[in-house]
Each structure stands twice: as structure tokens, then as C-alpha cells.
Design a protein around this ligand. Sequence first.
Ligand code: 13P
Length: 287
Amino acid sequence: MSLVNGTEIFKAAREGHYAVGAFNTNNLEWTRAILGAAQETNTPILIQTSMGAAKYMGGYELCKNLVEQTIKSMNITVPVIMHLDHGNYEAAKECIEVGYNSVMFDGHDLPFEENLAKTKEIVALAHAKGISVEAEVGSIGGEEDGIVGAGELADVEEAKQLAAAGPDYLAVGIGNIHGVYPENWQGLSFDRLEELAAEIKIPLVLHGGSGIPKEQILKAIDMGIAKVNVNTEQQIAWSKAVKAYYAADKDEAEKGFDPRKVLAPGTKAIKDTVESRIEWFGTPAVK
Ligand code: 13P
């Protein structure tokens, strides 16, 4: 198995009351760590690039080729979905063009009617090529790679209209935010999730998965969340491991300055974090 779209995988997750994790990549090591975690646990996985990460790495085509070639070289056999995270209209179109398997069109900052119209357009373009689409209703709070959302609860009527535009999964604002949660965070709004899940039958997506207590994540999954996005937790794990390497003066030891040695503990830390989240989400092993 290699690259696949996300439609059936997330539909099965919602029906089965489990989730499949969506993890952001930044470079070769992150890609290897995320794919390695999926293979080790024998579970499907979604690997995604934000617009900022794709720009950093050299463009969408390069990212798609990187993931594709890494799947080959690592002999990855589990299903992998290559996804655009928080794409604007142009980015979504470009990723459809270069052959991502799934794209998020994030029109939260547009007037609702325009978000709706552009979501419809992206759905038509993507579906013509067998590519899945994630849409977003209500903004996800916090900041990720320059995409800033104030954080609001998704409006149920808007969510219904957006779901009717044909996306395969829908990101919902339920009090979640990107990045580290503030001390005074109120937690997820299960009341709003319940209202949304009652009206919307396509898989729901929880962004800002880092730092949400496990019980809240499990409850949200049970209620209809089928895709959980996690990014900051891997960044923190990576950063701590690299810091520990230098703090222990390992770079001073026998060729410890070799970048392959410097990057190894950070790569392992990302892989361990991803594996632990796969376990939380209850993603079943591939048969
Ligand atoms: P965190 O970085 O807060 O885990 O959010 C990830 C995310 O939602 C990516 O879209």
C-alpha cells in the first residue's frame, strides 16, 4: 500500500469511534519519523505540510516527492495520506495539481459565502482527481505558521451548509487552539461538538491536538472526531531531545558533530510522540 486519499479511512474512523492522526512534517527526518511510527504500529497515517513548511522545504511538488520516495525507500506498507494543512485557495489548487491525496481548504478568514463558494470549487477540482477535501468552519484559535485564528465555536448552521458543499471531512472550532494551551483554557466545548455531530455526518476534525488532556481527546473521538491534528507536541519533543544532546556535550564526543548523529535523538523523539498519539487515538492496525 502506498499513498491513498483520506475519504474511506476517515469515514471508517468516524463509524468505528476511533481517530487517525494527522502529523506535520518539516524535513526528511520528520518525514522518516512519522512514516516510521505508522509502520511500527501498522496503522494508517496522515502526513501533512503547512504552507509555511512546504515553502521552507522547497515547494509542494518536492514535499510530495519526498514523502513518496521515503515511503519507497523505507518499504512502508501501511496506507499514507499526503495532505495539505490549512491551505489557501491557491495552495489547495497547486496541491491538487501536483498530486497530494488530500487538501484542506481553509477559508475561515473569508466572508462565509465566499468560503462556501471556494470550498465548492476546490471540492469539484479535487474530486475530479480522486483527492479528498477538508473544509473549516469557525476559526481554530492560536497561530500556526502565520495562519492566525481567534478561536471561536463553529456555527452549526454554517457547518451544515459547508458540509453540504461536499468536503470529505470538516474541521470544527470547539474551543481548540493551535500551539500551547494557556493556563486558563476552558477545555473543549462538548456541548457544541454534540450539536455539530448530530447534524453533520461526515468525519469531524480536531485541530490543535497538542496539549489537550487525553480524556478530552477520547471523549471528542467518541462523539465524532475522526482526525486529530498534532504538531506542536512533536516540535517540543524534538527540541528537548536536541537540547539534551548538546547539554550532554555529545557533539564533543567521537564525531558527535556529524549532523546524522545530532539529528538522531530528535528524530526518535518525534517517532515516539507520534506512536504514543496513535495509541491514544485507538487507530486500529491494518489487517
Ligand atoms: P498543534 O500544533 O496545536 O498540535 O496543532 C496542529 C494542527 O492543528 C495542525 O493543523
